[in-house]
Design a protein around this ligand. Structure first.
Ligand SMILES: Cc1cc2nc3c(=O)[nH]c(=O)nc-3n(C[C@H](O)[C@H](O)[C@H](O)COP(=O)(O)OP(=O)(O)OC[C@H]3O[C@@H](n4cnc5c(N)ncnc54)[C@H](O)[C@@H]3O)c2cc1C
Length: 490
């Protein structure tokens, strides 16, 4: 059949973890689904790419939320797939001025370490964080109609069985600082700085503005950090396999260029001149991208959302392969910078190594490395190409100097493929508007409940991904997919 005449029951735009999971779950439920992806691979910001015998991660490097009641665990169970993920302990090592803070997976070990390194009595502080986190996962597992968008949703939330979750309500509106103060730790500036750098990589915000709820979820995550063998793309490949096995169809190199609402269907055009019709539409694209793809009321809706949530971070990332036998205690390091690096807006860099036995990523004796940090996308706009490459080169050399000073064996070690990426690189490969990545920063000023809902006001039109509820990170976008499916199939 000619593509121009093809009519589908469901079209999903974008095969990041949000769109891919939604498409696979729909196919599993027996629906006829077409998945349109602009790139040549699945996974989006949590994908990987190959250079000869090396496999590099694009941006994201860690998984969490894989226990059976958590989003990725639920997804894998539903699709009956079993990606090779390794729980790492320590979940992360934080290097502050040469001193290593070890984030042990076991809570009591971690509390002891944190008290030793930062001082003060922190037991009740960390226990409260983990209580909020446990309750949070339980709440989102039992409540699939979030955020509420209609009367029925409110009724479901008002169910008496939800009473036990009522203590979570204030945590959505209070900032994280309130918890630090409650436990008498607010004057400990070294500890507060540590918390801010941890929060920046999980909530995209600092403790004065990050909501207590999402901050607690983010701070608890190094207790449950999972390393994916073969790269972040591997679980995505298994999800794709399940999608195809259940009759789903994916078209790579099909970048959607317009979405038009007709009487009882949507017409989707792609840049390569194809056109598709669908009754149900699910978009995995950031809200900012949706403005230029739509018209009329739909465009006004996305203009309003984009105007309200008008900021997200950009990322600077470097990939390289290194020949080394140096013993590394965890694949994940957060390194506090001795001095700020120009054009980076964070005081730390996040370093991820491949494990020595992960020969899908690097041959024996070699490791792949991904280093990333936050940058304001405005640092990269309206500059010449010459200026852009000079900035990239400068940041690259400063990051590599810092890396070599922390891992001394690497100074003289052979490095291959030093590949830097700035927001324009992310924009080029993932098509995310302005290179905004990592989703909408969580903020008490812009409540979690105001996040763009998965169900839009337009008939049979849904949004998934890290600019829709509940936000950023692979567990969150998969949770958005699971909730969306529940709404569609209900
Ligand atoms: C540097 C960095 C580090 C991170 N670290 C972690 C981490 O360790 N753990 C974690 O869980 N999360 C991490 N994140 C966040 C996480 O990667 C994202 O929140 C998540 O992957 C977003 O998934 P998504 O499905 O919403 O969107 P995306 O991954 O952006 O996927 C969108 C997809 O849509 C496609 N697309 C775009 N435009 C079009 C179009 N017009 N037509 C068709 N297709 C289109 C893109 O090619 C892409 O495949 C990190 C992010 C970054 C940038």
């Amino acid at each position: 059949m000619n593509d121009t005449q093809s009519k589908y029951d469901f079209i999903v735009i974008g095969a990041g973890y949000g769109g891919l999971s939604t498409a696979a779950l729909l196919a599993k439920a027996g629906k006829e689904v077409l998945l349109l992806e602009s790139h040549v691979a699945v996974g989006g910001c949590a994908s990987s790419y190959k250079r000869k015998e090396f496999m590099f991660d694009v941006g994201a490097t860690t998984f969490s939320g894989v226990r059976s009641h958590q989003p990725l665990g639920r997804l894998f169970k539903e699709l009956q797939i079993n990606p090779r993920l390794e729980k790492v302990n320590p979940g992360m090592i934080i290097n502050i001025n040469g001193d290593e803070v070890i984030r042990h997976a076991e809570l009591n070990d971690w509390i002891e370490e944190s008290e030793n390194k930062f001082g003060g009595d922190q037991k009740s502080f960390w226990r409260e964080i983990h209580r909020i986190e446990e309750l949070g996962w339980d709440f989102v597992d039992k409540n699939r109609s979030l955020p509420p968008v209609n009367f029925m949703d409110y009724l479901r939330i008002a169910n008496p069985s939800n009473l036990k979750f009522s203590k979570l309500a204030p945590t959505i509106f209070k900032n994280f600082d309130s918890l630090v103060t409650k436990h008498g730790l607010q004057t400990n500036s070294k500890f507060k700085n540590f918390l801010d750098e941890q929060l920046l990589i999980t909530t995209q915000n600092v403790s004065s503005d990050a909501p207590l709820f999402t901050a607690a979820m983010g701070l608890a995550y190094p207790a449950e950090t999972y390393y994916p063998y073969g790269g972040m793309i591997n679980p995505a490949k298994l999800i794709l396999e399940s999608f195809r096995k259940n009759g789903g169809e994916i078209k790579f190199k099909h970048r959607v260029s317009s979405i038009v609402q007709k009487s009882d269907y949507y017409e989707i055009a792609t840049q390569n001149g194809k056109s598709f019709k669908t009754k149900h539409l699910i978009s995995n694209l950031p809200i900012w991208n949706m403005v230029s793809l739509t018209g009329g009321n739909i465009q006004k809706y996305f203009q309003k959302q984009s105007g309200y949530f008008d900021f997200a971070w950009g990322a600077f990332a470097i990939n390289f392969a290194i020949k080394t036998d140096e013993e590394i205690k965890s694949p994940y390091y957060q390194i506090h910078l001795k001095e700020r690096i120009p054009y980076l807006n964070s005081g730390s860099i996040f370093v991820s190594f491949s494990l020595p036995d992960d020969i899908e990523r690097a041959p024996e004796g070699w490791r792949t490395v991904t280093i990333s940090s936050h940058t304001d996308v405005r640092n990269w706009e309206n500059i010449s190409e010459v200026e852009r490459s000079q900035r990239k080169e400068l940041i690259c050399s400063k990051i590599l100097n810092e890396f070599d000073s922390i891992f001394p064996d690497s100074t003289n070690a052979e490095k291959m493929y030093v590949l830097p990426g700035s927001p324009d690189t992310f924009e080029f490969y993932t098509k995310r508007d302005r290179g905004f990545v990592g989703g909408i920063p969580h903020s008490i000023k812009k409540s979690l409940l105001r996040m763009p809902p998965n169900k839009t006001p337009f008939e049979n039109f849904y949004m998934v991904g890290d600019t829709a509820f509940p936000g950023q990170g692979t567990p969150a976008v998969v949770l958005g997919a699971l909730n969306t499916i529940e709404r569609i199939l209900d």
